[in-house]
Design a protein around this ligand. Structure first.
Ligand code: MV4
Length: 452
């Protein structure tokens, strides 16, 4: 028994896969009872076995199970939980769900519905960032009315520009524009894509940065006005807006730039009264200028690299914040130690990146000093086709970047998954690349690398 009172008696985890397990494990440490929810496709999943209770919430289709708010709230009601953790994806950034949870007199383990709304709309998030003095690329202050206004704005900004969905985020509804002729062609298509993806076709225009790095600041803010930044993650290694590899710290930042980015992220959090853990994304230009992109109001897939270099358990921190506790750390306690990498191992064909579900017929997971595997699969587990294809995250921590590279190479060599195809061979290739090992990469790295 711990001497400290648990933040909650019992919580429900509205998610599946590795993040559901990660949250259950944090709850066991905190002596919080857990309720898992699962679709009929996940009956044999580890999160179902590891939780104290488990409730089936519907058929395989995410819409009818992990996105089914009423099903999840009913499960919360019948099991008598005090709070719901949404994990990432699914309902994690759904303001309506966060509000429903609150209306049911339960605690949403995450930011307020108002926080989610403020950051979910990208033009509103930009306005909040600008107000807070966060550096931004030149762009329109709000959505443009039509192609004429977009052309006018782009002439002022100077080509190339990028069209982005105001309701967007991630990689959908973005078009690079090199001339007014491109705008005539692309505006309509971009708007339609945005409307299909987000139910809103509004677009805004921003100066396009050709060779940026994607660097994001982890923040944690409690309900008492305490806020810290926990360094950055470099997530530039992406393919079609899917991150493949993340590292902390970024190999290009100086302590001064890190501090400036951290303080900018905190200024934004303060301006929206943010409470929970969160991530502020920046583009970092080749001259190391940084610019606000968007804020993610959830725990992210790549949170472990930050945990490894800061020693802060972000899931436990997130749960304690939701319970009204104070942050366990002060800014002066945040000292970055060593270097961490994460690779996402997906059940995909490494040639085509097409999902590759099926039964795992042999599994060997690497281990050792500084090696961590966050996963939910086991030998003979059948990877189902209904959800994200990520089956494991391999995370390493070394005393410096070179040691972390060596550990990752070793761990990848040792990793065996038989019966299904995985992205492990791609990671082995990337960690053998001199360019990657020397940190000479931008968000363009993968497209160029895979062509060779
Ligand atoms: C940009 C950009 C260059 N300049 N904005 C892509 C996803 C969305 N979050 C924003 N994205 C970008 N916005 C300006 N003004 C380049 C990208 C971008 C990108 C960003 C991060 C990681 C990978 C990327 C791949 C292509 C484009």
């Amino acid at each position: 028994m711990s001497s400290k009172k648990p933040p909650f008696k019992k919580i429900l985890i509205a998610n599946r896969g590795e993040i559901a397990l990660r949250i259950i494990r944090a709850c066991r440490e905190l002596e919080i009872k857990t309720v898992a929810v699962y679709s009929t496709a996940d009956e044999s999943s580890l999160h179902v076995k590891l939780a104290d209770e488990a409730i089936c919430i519907g058929p395989p289709s995410p819409k009818l199970s992990y996105l089914n708010m009423m099903s999840i709230l009913s499960a919360a009601e019948v099991t008598g939980v005090e709070a719901i953790h949404p994990g990432y994806g699914f309902l994690s950034e759904n303001a309506e769900f966060a509000r429903l949870v609150r209306d049911c007199k339960l605690t949403f383990i995450g930011p307020t519905p108002e926080n989610i709304e403020a950051m979910g709309e990208k033009t509103r998030a930009r306005a909040k960032a600008r107000e807070a003095g966060v550096p931004m690329l030149p762009g329109t202050l709000s959505a443009v009315a039509g192609v004429e206004e977009a052309i006018e704005a782009s002439e002022k900004i100077g080509y190339p520009v990028i069209l982005k969905a105001a309701a967007g985020g991630g990689g959908r509804g973005i078009f690079i524009i090199r001339s007014s002729k491109d705008l005539q062609d692309s505006f309509q298509r971009c708007s339609e894509e945005a409307k299909n993806a987000f139910g809103d076709g509004s677009l805004y225009v921003e100066k396009y940065c050709e060779y940026p790095r994607h660097v994001e600041i982890q923040v944690a803010c409690d309900k008492h006005g305490n806020r810290v930044y926990l360094g950055e993650r470099d997530c530039s290694i992406q393919r079609r807006h899917q991150k493949l590899i993340e590292e902390a710290p970024s190999a290009v930042l100086t302590p001064e730039i890190r501090k400036a980015m951290g303080e900018a992220a905190i200024a934004l959090c303060k301006n929206v009264n943010y409470e929970s853990v969160g991530t502020v994304e920046f583009l970092v230009d080749q001259d190391l200028s940084f610019y606000f992109m968007e804020m993610n109001t959830r725990i992210q897939v790549e949170h472990p690299v930050t945990e490894m270099v800061t020693g802060v358990d972000l899931i436990k921190e997130m749960i304690r914040i939701a319970a009204g506790e104070r942050l366990s750390v002060d800014q002066k306690d945040i000292v970055l130690r060593g270097h961490a990498f994460e690779v996402r191992i997906n059940a995909e064909d490494p040639e085509t990146f097409h999902p590759c579900p099926g039964k795992i017929t042999a599994l060997h997971v690497p281990g050792g000093y500084g090696v961590r595997v966050d996963s939910f699969v086991y030998d003979e587990y059948k990877v189902v086709p209904f959800y994200d294809s990520m089956i494991a995250k391999l995370i390493v921590h070394g005393k410096d970047r070179d040691e972390a590279v060596a550990k990752m190479r070793q761990a990848l060599d040792e990793f065996v998954v038989k019966g299904i195809k995985t992205t492990i061979p791609i990671h082995r290739q990337i960690f053998a690349s001199q360019q990657f090992v020397e940190s000479r990469y931008t968000t363009r790295f993968i497209e160029e690398f895979l062509q060779k």
